[in-house]
Design a protein around this ligand. Structure first.
Ligand code: GDP
Length: 304
């Protein structure tokens, strides 16, 4: 991902670095090229507009005029502003003072929630936690089974509505809010310190899905609500993220499918549009294809 954006920005900066002094026209030209590169990478228009305004204001100011190497200084500004739209500092998981810490996953169907649940459990286990997974996606046929397989791979127990759901086409029945609260009681009884709740997604945002997710969140008092989003989704990322932000007031974002050839717009838009940090990235289908998201490293990856 980001290959094309990265190439375009590198070419722009190569031009800039060679210049001893920068005229206003140089800065305008550079801003225009960065703007085009970001729009072509599918970054949301308001995000691009704000980004360019900030970069330009700083580039025309004293920090560049007085710099020994003005071109280099502009590159530094772009880097800093990019870290800013990616959420600033790396955001750690907020652990509850009184365990278990409850983490709920929300997002559209196919975003990668169930896959992520297993990876997150595996990651937390490797850090010494004792997580448990709860299967509250009772809409998608086979989601419970898929979570059970993920849990097994991660070596983490899965609380499910009933164990008989194994057919490829059968979907589980029951009330997801009840399953979540029973899962929480089980986690308390068995002294699991983290609970990860997988919830149902739809192909598009809908009111019922959102209400269900909000009900689960309220019933279990989730400490973290992670919005899981497919980074291939492009310009739709903004509307989807806004809908989930309003619906469940999520605390962090997980970008999935960063291994794909998406142009990267979603990754660059979501944190900025919602004001919520990206916390994790999923980079494949395997248990270990998972990263803590570091805005500074991601910015470097784009600009280097
Ligand atoms: P859910 O409906 O949100 O629970 O989505 P799933 O976890 O079932 O994932 C949907 C599809 O995307 C599955 O085929 C996953 O194997 C695949 N998938 C999930 N995360 C990633 C990822 O980071 N990279 C790639 N390449 N595929 C992924």
């Amino acid at each position: 991902m980001f290959n094309s954006l990265s190439d375009r920005l590198s070419a722009t900066f190569k031009n800039l670095r060679g210049k001893g002094r920068l005229s206003e026209a140089d800065i305008d030209g550079t801003a225009r090229e960065i703007r085009r590169a970001l729009l072509d990478a599918d970054v949301a228009v308001p995000v691009v507009r704000e980004f360019i305004a900030k970069v330009k204001a700083r580039a025309l100011g004293a920090e560049v005029a007085q710099a020994l190497n003005p071109g280099q200084q502009v590159v530094k500004i772009v880097n800093e502003e990019l870290v800013g739209i990616l959420g600033g500092k790396t955001r750690e998981l907020a652990l509850a003072k009184q365990p278990p810490t409850v983490i709920m996953l929300a997002g559209l169907q196919g975003a990668g929630k169930t896959t992520l649940a297993g990876k997150l459990a595996h990651h937390l286990k490797s850090q010494g936690h004792t997580p448990m997974l709860v299967a509250c996606d009772l809409q998608r046929p086979n989601a419970v089974k898929q979570l059970q397989v993920g849990g097994q791979r991660a070596g983490v127990p899965v609380f499910a509505p009933h164990p008989g759901v194994s057919s490829e086409t059968e979907s589980a029945t029951g009330d997801p809010v009840k399953v979540a609260t029973e899962g929480l009681a089980e986690a308390r009884a068995k002294l699991h310190d983290v609970l990860i709740i997988d919830t149902a997604g739809r192909l598009g945002v809908d009111a019922e899905l959102m209400r269900q997710a909000a009900d689960i969140k309220a019933a279990v008092g989730a400490h973290e609500t992670l919005f899981v989003i497919d980074s291939m989704i492009g310009q739709d990322a903004v509307n989807t993220a806004q809908a989930f932000n309003e619906g469940v007031d999520f605390t962090g974002v997980v970008l999935t499918k960063l291994d794909g050839d998406a142009r990267g717009g979603a990754a660059l838009s979501v944190a900025s549009i919602t004001g919520k940090p990206v916390m994790y990235a999923s980079t494949g289908e395997g248990l270990k294809d998972f990263e803590i998201f570091h805005p500074d490293r991601m910015a470097r990856r784009i600009l280097d």
